[in-house]
Design a protein around this ligand. Structure first.
Ligand code: GEK
Length: 304
């Protein structure tokens, strides 16, 4: 696989009929040049202050942010404009935060969406930070925000399937909320192992079901109205997958049930959110009758 050729091919999406209008709008925001902006790396990832911009510049920021709806991950505060995304991603970030130190490490965030976690990870001063995500919309959300942050984060419009062919390996790989989207989860975890340096580590989260049996739920069609969910394992089954993929020291760091505090409709998101995905009369079930979304967070090391 020639990764440079794939990258060139993928970037052509900026000319696609549905993507071009987003890109044209983002380019307008690139005309706003500001230096030494205030940055706050906390829950509302904040760049710049209201007084930094003229009225016309504020209008461009607002128009661009609106054009790039839905904002699934965040929240961001851009020159006082509060982009309150569907997910309060700060809840996930704060949960995983005590479990890593990225100082001087080469780090990847696979399925990085618009880069919210990567922007927050900058506080650790990693040696290099690279996000992989095949979505054009989230890439443009990232480029819009990063134009003002001016970080050296690299956003690759690539998927986890490209990781093992990338031009270098990583010390630490995050892959949050991606494994259930993969039809071959063990193969996907093997790609993570191939993408790691010796002694490399991963931190992942995925949907899980309760139980001690080594089994996985395979939804028939949609799960929580999401079309591409393939396997939802018990924790013992997930540990077997990780073991087969070449990981050891497998540590469960948290188990959570998604709440409507964490995922909800906002004016920056789609029309539907968690409350529409669960059974109206029984919030422990999805609309399809499956167990409601529960996530397990795992840290593991590559076997030597
Ligand atoms: N082949 C692929 N390879 C990598 N990423 C992909 C692929 N296909 C889709 N994606 C991307 O994976 C992300 C899944 S969301 C998790 C976001 C964040 N990590 C979070 O944990 O909040 C799911 C969720 O919200 O649970 C999206 O950004 C897709 O574009």
């Amino acid at each position: 696989m020639n990764i440079e050729e794939i990258k060139k091919e993928k970037i052509k999406c900026l000319e696609w009929k549905n993507v071009k209008p987003w890109y044209e709008q983002v380019k307008k925001s690139f005309n706003i040049q500001k230096d030494n902006l205030f940055v706050d790396y906390s829950d509302w990832f904040t760049i710049g202050e209201k007084q930094d911009l003229t009225k016309e510049e504020h209008e461009v920021i607002l128009e661009t942010a609106k054009k790039l709806i839905p904002w699934r991950k965040g929240p961001f505060n851009l020159f006082g404009l509060k982009i309150d995304s569907e997910w309060q991603s700060n809840i996930k970030y704060n949960l995983i935060r005590p479990h890593f130190n990225l100082k001087d490490k080469v780090v990847a965030d696979i399925g990085c969406n618009n880069g919210y976690y990567m922007f927050r990870m900058l506080e650790d001063k990693p040696k290099r930070l690279i996000g992989f995500d095949p979505s054009a919309l989230t890439m443009l959300q990232f480029e819009f925000i990063n134009h003002f942050v001016k970080s050296d984060i690299i956003y690759e419009k690539l998927g986890v399937e490209h990781l093992e062919y990338y031009n270098h390996t990583f010390d630490f790989i995050f892959m949050l909320g991606v494994l259930y989207h993969r039809a071959d989860p063990v193969g996907c975890l093997k790609s993570l192992a191939k993408g790691l340096n010796k002694n490399g580590e991963i931190l992942i989260d995925t949907f899980m079901i309760d139980g001690e049996e080594e089994v996985a739920l395979t939804p028939n069609g949609r799960y929580s109205k999401i079309p591409n969910i393939y396997f939802i394992p018990t924790i013992p089954a997930l540990k077997n997958w990780l073991n087969r993929a070449g990981f050891e020291d497998i540590e469960v760091i948290a188990i959570t049930t998604t709440t409507s505090e964490e995922q909800r409709k906002t004016k920056w998101s789609f029309d539907q959110s968690l409350e529409d995905f669960l059974d109206k009369d029984d919030k422990t079930k999805t609309v399809e009758g499956y167990p409601a979304p529960k996530r397990v967070y795992i840290k593991a090391k590559k076997k030597n």
